[in-house]
Design a protein. Sequence first.
Length: 613
Amino acid sequence: MGKIRIMSESLANLIAAGEVVEGPYSVVRELVDNSLDAGATAINVSIEEGGLRSIRVADDGVGMDRKDAELCLERYATSKIYSPDDLRAIATRGFRGEALAAILAVSDVKIDTWREGDDVSTIVHGARGKILSVGMGARGVTGTTVTVSQLFYNIPARRKDCASPFTEARRVLQVVSAYALAHPHVTFKLVSDGQELLYASRTKSVLERIRQVHGAEFADDLVCLEAERDTVRVIAYMTPLHKAVRRNQRTMLLVNGRSVTTYALRGVLKSVLGSALPDGHSIEAIVFVTLPVSDVDPNVKPDKSEVRFRNNNQVWATVADAAQALLASKASVPVIGGKESLQRTGRDDALVAPAVATTSSRSDALLSQAQEFADDPSATGGRTLLPSSVPGDLFSEFREEPQAARVAIPANPEWVQQIADTFILCPDRDSLLIIDQHSAHERVKYEEFKARYVRERGLERQYLVIPQIFKLSPREMLLVREMIPLLERLGFEVTAAGSNEVWLHSTPFSMSGKRHGDTFLELLALYEEDDARAGDGSERLTAREEKMLQTLACKAAIKSGQRLSEIDMRKLLEALSGIDLAARDVHGRPGMLRLPYSRIGALMERSSISWRL
Ligand code: ADP
Ligand code: MG
């Protein structure tokens, strides 16, 4: 007795319908979905001419009996959804019962499948939307192989819409890579015109899987961060801040194992990390979100590339927590002399040795271009590709993976020392810290100014003994009039002294004496340059407000070349130790470096080193 039933039309109408076959990559997506739903532990994908000539997906899943094999190509034939209730908590990747029928409508399909216990395997062949023949096969292992050839042979216009075989192959690689990341327990292989583009053997470690897909150089830098709110769990692998890039092509969001669009994720990363990074840069993040299947609805788009969360805010807040943790992570402090070894602890090191990282340079190149495609909204109608599901125990091994240690900027270090009148040295538990005094103080000032600006609606002022007078151009006068409320909030009290002169009565507290004029004029210029809307009074600053506060912090901060007393240095470190972003200056550059004692030992070629912790 088979498992597949034809859905009633009323049930079918509840499901997001639409074109699922956009090109070879979407055929691969649907076939791999089916293999995963069938419980496959190994999936081999092979394409010819970018999939335009043929696509073959072979799995070792449960297979189908003869009756199911005949039915599966029918429209609305599915073994996954039987009633509208099932739609409330979709745990499978497929659920429309439409994919194979839709593929059959535009290509030639051959299915060879065997279910354990059956005498023989079944071979079904169809084309032009119809089954042409059903026969017996000699397949001796459970599983299914689906071969799709001559895609769009009957729709020349669609065929023309497809890109070159090379581009289509890149898209397929992107799809298979995403599946591989979402399903480390499954072996994936992708071969294109006889050449292996990806081989990822099953593993228990997500990090190892990332290594297989993106290479060791990328994977070994990643910091693993976790966050949890209620039933939402986030595990994020992020590149450290000092490895930020202009194009974060590997960024990926997997919700219960489905790879979905990353627009919202990129937005969250930007709002949390933006001020810690140079302009236009971003970190790369592979983010796994898990939550109860009933709290997420994948039934939004026919290709399941988007999901809807029942509690959207909570999900993004949890992702933001993880990103926030990156700011405070030790990995945000660049290590002197190369790669951070701290992240890779015992168990993980063991995984490095047998790495099956077979991503060839060719597939790397393909992948990076494929990701450009994924980033290009026009290429997929504004969507990223790919769905899938969470193996129940996906996170079981996360616990053992390395955690980002918090930055321990010692509030009260054993000793402090200034060098070159510019840097402060002090010991941490396991490293020597080298802190840029200006960057550090600027960061402290910025956080202080920002807190007052946002929460107390204004910076503390200091009044000038003698108000300063400024001659301004008519244009500058107009600016000042417009800016008065903002200037007051920033600690500058200004009054008109004549038709083109103003008095400056106060500056922000702790602003050093001589350069008030420059700072004031700089604020006018910033205001004019960046005519963003004024802040909305919320905690989020506009880019312009941020820049102005940064400018003030910079002016208020200790300069390099300034000799500091021990008391000054200790005060600064104490203030810094309470700040998450301590390791970055306000312009997104590193504000400190770390020299681990282990690194010193390694440089001196000592086989072991022990130090007092
Ligand atoms: P859906 O996945 O939405 O149910 P499909 O048209 O993709 O619809 O597949 C129809 C049915 O065919 C599935 O529900 C499943 O029972 C069966 N099927 C398809 N591919 C496989 C496979 N690789 N292994 C086992 N069963 C499969
Ligand atoms: Mg399906």
